[in-house]
Design a protein around this ligand. Sequence first.
Ligand code: HEM
Length: 298
Amino acid sequence: MNTAQQGIFIEGTTAFTYLEYKLNFSGDQNKLKTALRNINELNDENISIIICFGKKVWDWIVPAWSPDSFADFKEVIGQTGYSMPSTQRDLFFWLNSDHKDNNFDVARAIHKEMKSIAILEIDQEGFRYHDSRDFTGFIDGTENPKDDDRPDIALVPEGKPGAGGSHVFTQKWIHDLESFHALSVKKQEKVIGRTKPDSIELEGDDMPEDSHVSRADAKVDGVAMKIYRRSTPFGNVSEHGLFFLAFACDPYRVQIQLERMTGATKDKIHDKLMEYSKPVTGSYWFAPSKEDLYDILN
Ligand code: HEM
């Protein structure tokens, strides 16, 4: 049985770095493989580096096979004026640790390997904010799958190409906190679909159909489209938001949620949260299992 890359399921950590690169495809494949082998060796008990490929670079270095449904992220356009741009890039590194200083050292070491073959387009630090809250002040992750449920939701199942690997989605959101916090707490809770202090889901008539929870909690043919989210807040006084990061056994699960959030659906209902926060990037990735990663790079 193939195993997920180290760090995907390590929770409770506080320091995160998100690096997205555009690759120069005219270069030598071996240079990229050597760089990624060296980067993979930076994993240790203090820090995890999750290596994720965009579809174009996957097809370049793994022409023999591809995970099912693995494709570039395409702009999602809703019917009420809300949309999500695609900024599909080629390589994504997620650093997950408890130490901002380790992240900085490792991010620089990654860049040393990558800089002659790729352009760094996202270089973002994220951090745990209070008790795992988003900057809106709401706890993010309450409905995330727990413990043994996580691999079934986040990893490609045994018997499928890429088993033990994960479909990954990244999306940087910029918040308009001033307008969100100008709402009464009751109204903020209606936007999210949960109570603010203790993250209790609104029920019955209290839960609007355009709340974030109503739009994200999707079912298709009776199957709940669960994903495993590892987003964190990022930023400073002038610009801040959520770096959304999710792992899924099938990218369709993410796609359906994005379509429901933008109102690219028959019901044309957009997620109320989109009125207060704006997605500015979006890419799909594949994080192969440890074993597949080894085979690809050696
Ligand atoms: C500005 C961006 C976003 C913010 C601030 C945000 C925040 C939240 C919060 C506060 C919750 C409720 C607590 C929880 O269960 O975690 C939540 C739930 C959820 N979010 Fe988001 N989220 C954002 C974007 C997204 C995106 C882009 C997706 C999908 C691709 C998504 C998927 C979900 C899902 C699946 C749930 C759980 C729904 C349920 O089953 O109850 N979120 N989010």
